[in-house]
Design a protein around this ligand. Structure first.
Ligand code: IMP
Length: 421
């Protein structure tokens, strides 16, 4: 069985927890896009793990794969593997040799470009966009190159002059491009990971031939997609479900399920339009109660009401077969709740977001009030234990989106998850 799981909003929907819950049933968990701009917090008992690259299934000792559509900072991956192994966890990881490597000059270029922009994107400054530029321009360093010093050297000879010029032109320090200590470190990590190289497409296809269970774990969310998101305020990869097939080299007919993860309200980190953003006490309350601070950058997340107009688009972009609704507990005590059901754009009511980011940024949310509940729901184990209004909120969203909400999360712990029939 092949399942794809993606974020249905602006990232940070709680995918890490949902993947962690699903992982038990799967044989292979694979990342297909993005890099260490992502961050998953997974809590088990009193231990919290913050992962940026390692797929969340690691806590179950599953086979983990990193596909060639990922941009990989080897330093970050190696640190994570090391920490997890030191905590006593087995890390069985396979990395595609074609995976693009994030070089220190990508990070430098990302920072310099962001600093120079008058209209900032608010990137995570992890070099993501610049690594993808090199992939498309065919100037990338790949994971396989780190296992062969001569090949890496030859590639750098070819690439370095243009990078040095670009960095110098932007006012940065060009010596970062051929800085020997980091090249040595990358080669050392390459040597350590050499036995982990694998053809990810082949491995997944053979596993599916064998009736094994494969879960493709998306990073970021639908509206950070470089095509379908709110350009230019997006990440540089393809974040929707279809991208898993293209990036992993698995045919679309092999997909069985597409799971969307949605937060019960909305958050966004970085710049870009967000019609339901609450720039008031209520937004502050959601941020504090929901611990809405970025896993990767620590930046406060912008918070707002659930946006059903965006969620509708996400259902189309991804073709979800089921949804997991996270952080419902954070809404306890807020009454009434509001859900954005349409936008007002220059006096016209829209039930679907406009394509242009400029128009989207002018949309005014039209809300419906929904009765809230005051009870603490963090200990609820069964759906029937939820207050009536909480159940009605879930069912109302389900009706609006026309996709089953099969799981509801009421806290960060594994046990704080309610499965619905
Ligand atoms: P980049 O991916 O670092 O280039 O950043 C581009 C935009 O995507 C910025 O607004 C980031 O805040 C946002 N972004 C990137 N990764 C994540 C994520 O994992 N969660 C939420 N936002 C993200």
């Amino acid at each position: 069985m092949f399942t794809i799981l993606t974020g249905a909003q602006f990232g940070d929907e709680g995918k890490g927890k949902v993947v962690d819950l699903l992982a038990e049933k799967y044989d292979i968990i694979v990342r297909f896009q993005g890099g260490d701009n992502a961050g998953h917090t997974v809590k088990v008992g009193d231990k919290t793990y913050k992962l940026h690259l390692t797929p969340s299934g690691v806590l179950f000792g599953k086979r983990l794969l990193i596909g060639p559509g990922v941009v990989l900072n080897p330093r970050v991956l190696w640190e994570e593997i090391d920490t997890l192994r030191h905590s006593g966890l087995e890390v069985d990881i396979g990395i595609d040799p074609k995976t693009t490597i994030i070089m220190p000059y990508h990070i430098e270029l990302d920072s310099l470009r962001e600093k120079a922009r008058s209209d900032k994107i608010g990137t995570t400054k992890r070099g993501i966009g610049y690594a993808y530029i090199d992939k498309i321009a065919r100037d990338e360093v790949q994971m396989g190159d780190l296992t062969d010093p001569a090949r890496l050297q030859a590639k750098l000879e070819e690439i370095a002059p243009a990078k040095e010029k670009a960095i110098a032109d932007m006012g940065g320090d060009p010596t970062v491009v051929r800085f020997q200590p980091y090249l040595d470190e990358y080669l050392e990590i390459g040597a350590r990971l050499k036995d982990s190289l694998t053809d990810v497409s082949l491995e997944i296809n053979l596993a599916l031939d064998d009736d094994k269970m494969v879960l493709a774990e998306g990073a970021q969310g639908a509206f950070l997609d470089v095509i379908h998101g709110t350009q230019k305020f997006v990440t540089s990869s393809f974040t929707t479900a279809g991208s898993a097939c293209a990036n992993l080299g698995v045919g679309p007919v092999r997909v069985d399920n597409v799971v969307g993860v949605l937060k019960a309200y909305l958050t966004r980190v970085g710049e870009g339009p967000m019609p339901t953003e609450l720039k008031n006490q209520m937004g502050e309350h959601l941020r504090e109660k929901g611990h809405e601070f970025g896993t990767t950058t620590g930046r406060p997340r912008r918070c707002g009401w659930f946006d059903a107009v965006l969620a509708r688009k996400s259902v189309y972009l991804n073709g979800y077969t089921e949804l997991a609704l996270t952080k419902l507990d954070v809404l306890s005590g807020m009454d009434p709740l509001k859900v954005c059901v349409s936008y007002d754009l220059d006096g016209e009511l829209l039930g679907y977001p406009p394509e242009s980011t400029e128009e989207f940024s002018r949309c005014i949310p039209v809300y419906e009030d929904v009765p809230g509940w005051s009870e603490d729901i963090t200990a609820a184990q069964e759906y029937d234990e939820l207050p009536k209004n909480a159940r009605e909120y879930v069912e109302w969203l389900e009706g609006l989106l026309q996709v089953d909400i099969s799981a509801v999360s009421v806290g960060p712990g594994r046990e704080q998850t309610i499965y619905r029939e």
